[in-house]
Ligand binder design. Structure first.
Ligand code: SF4
Length: 324
C-alpha cells in the first residue's frame, strides 16, 4: 500500500501554492487517469491536492470566443449549447472519447493532462523512458501497433490519447494557466511536447502551474468534422483521428485547419495540407492530394505501417464528411 496525503483547496491560488511547496504533489479532479496510474504503481504522489471545489466549472462566450473552465466535465462541455453551436467540432471530438461514464467524471483540464496509453508505460516490469528516464523503450522493438508515425524520437514513440485535444489544436485554442506570478496563456499547439530526449515531460507546464480554462477564439469555419478510427465503436483510443475545420464560400476553401490524433506525442497539425487547401474546390481529387501531402513525412515502425494508408483514407473521409 502506498501512503499519500490528501488535501482539498477552494481557490486556484491555494492549489498552486500547495503544489509549489511540494513537488511530489499532484492535482486531482476527476481522477479517471491518475487513479489508474497510482493503482498500477506508475506514479506515487506524496500528496493529492483535490481541486474539485475550485470555481472553474463555467462555460462563457463573448465576442472573442468561448471559454471552458478546467473543471467542466467532458460530457457537459460536449452537450453545452454554446459549444455545440459555436464549435461543433469540439462537441464531436468530446463525444468520441472514452465512454459515457468516463466523460461524466473526466474534466476538460484532466483530458489535456492525461498521459499516454502506451501499454509499456503502464507495465512497471517493462522498460519505459517516459516512466523511468534512461530505462529504455519497450515499444521501440516491441508491439507498436498503436504508436506514433510523426514527431517521435529514439527515446519514445508514444502518442497522446486525447480526442478533445485534436479538436482544440485545430480550433487554435489557448490554455489558460494559473501560476504563482499570475495568469499566463499557452497556445494549444505549444502546450504538449514532442518526446525528444525528455519523454518524461508531456507538456510545457512548469511545476505548480494549474490549468484553469481553455479559450477557443471566434472563427469563420462553417464546415467541420471529427473522424475517429478505432478498433471498436466505443471506449477505445484512436488508431488515427482527423479534426477538420474549414471556411468554404461558393465551393471554394478560404481557410483550413486540420489536426490528426493517434499519430504523435501531441495533436498533430497538418500545416502543409492547410496551405494546399486554400483556394481549392471541395473535390475528391483535391482531398486525395491533401491526404498524400498529409502523410508524406510519416515514419513507421514494425507494426504500425498500416497507419499511413488509414491516415490518408481518414483525411479524405473527414474532408468529404465536413463538406457534404
Ligand atoms: Fe515508454 Fe514512450 Fe517507449 Fe511507450 S513509447 S515504452 S511510453 S518510452
Amino acid at each position: 500500500m502506498i501512503n499519500f496525503e490528501y488535501i482539498r483547496t477552494s481557490t486556484a491560488k491555494a492549489a498552486v501554492d500547495a503544489k509549489t511547496k511540494n513537488k511530489a504533489a499532484q492535482f486531482i479532479a476527476g481522477g479517471t487517469n491518475l487513479v489508474d496510474l497510482m493503482k498500477k504503481g506508475v506514479t506515487a504522489p506524496q500528496r493529492l491536492i483535490d481541486i474539485n471545489a475550485l470555481p472553474l466549472k463555467e462555460i462563457t462566450n463573448d465576442s472573442r470566443g468561448v471559454s471552458i473552465g478546467a473543471l467542466v466535465p467532458n460530457s457537459v462541455a460536449a452537450e453545452n449549447k454554446l459549444v455545440m453551436e459555436k464549435h461543433p467540432l469540439l462537441s464531436m471530438a468530446l463525444n468520441a472519447g472514452a465512454s459515457a461514464q468516463l466523460r461524466n467524471m473526466a474534466t476538460v483540464g484532466g483530458n489535456i493532462m492525461q498521459r499516454t496509453r502506451c501499454p509499456y508505460f503502464y507495465d512497471i516490469t517493462m522498460p519505459c523512458n517516459k516512466r523511468q528516464p534512461q530505462s529504455g523503450c519497450g515499444a521501440m522493438d516491441g508491439y507498436n501497433r498503436m504508436h506514433a508515425i510523426f514527431g517521435a524520437s529514439d527515446k519514445c514513440i508514444a502518442v497522446h490519447p486525447s480526442d478533445m485535444c485534436v479538436a482544440l489544436a485545430a480550433l487554435n485554442a489557448t490554455v489558460i494557466v494559473n501560476t504563482t506570478k499570475g495568469e499566463k496563456k499557452i497556445a494549444f499547439v505549444d502546450f504538449h511536447r514532442l518526446p525528444g530526449d525528455t519523454p518524461e515531460l508531456d507538456n510545457n507546464l512548469a511545476a505548480g502551474e494549474l490549468i484553469t480554462a481553455v479559450h477557443i477564439p471566434a472563427n469563420h469555419f462553417n464546415k467541420s468534422y471529427y473522424l475517429k478510427v478505432r478498433d471498436r465503436l466505443s471506449y477505445a483510443f484512436a488508431l488515427v483521428s482527423v479534426a477538420v475545420a474549414l471556411e468554404v464560400n461558393d465551393g471554394v476553401i478560404k481557410s483550413a485547419s486540420i489536426a490528426m490524433g493517434g499519430v504523435a506525442h501531441k495533436a498533430w497539425r497538418l500545416t502543409e495540407v492547410e496551405k494546399y487547401l486554400i483556394g481549392k474546390g471541395t473535390t475528391a481529387n483535391v482531398f486525395k492530394d491533401a491526404a498524400e501531402i498529409g502523410l508524406k513525412d510519416a515514419k513507421t515502425y514494425q507494426h504500425n505501417a498500416y497507419k499511413v494508408k488509414l491516415g490518408k483514407s481518414a483525411i479524405v473521409e473527414a474532408l468529404t464528411k465536413a463538406t457534404s
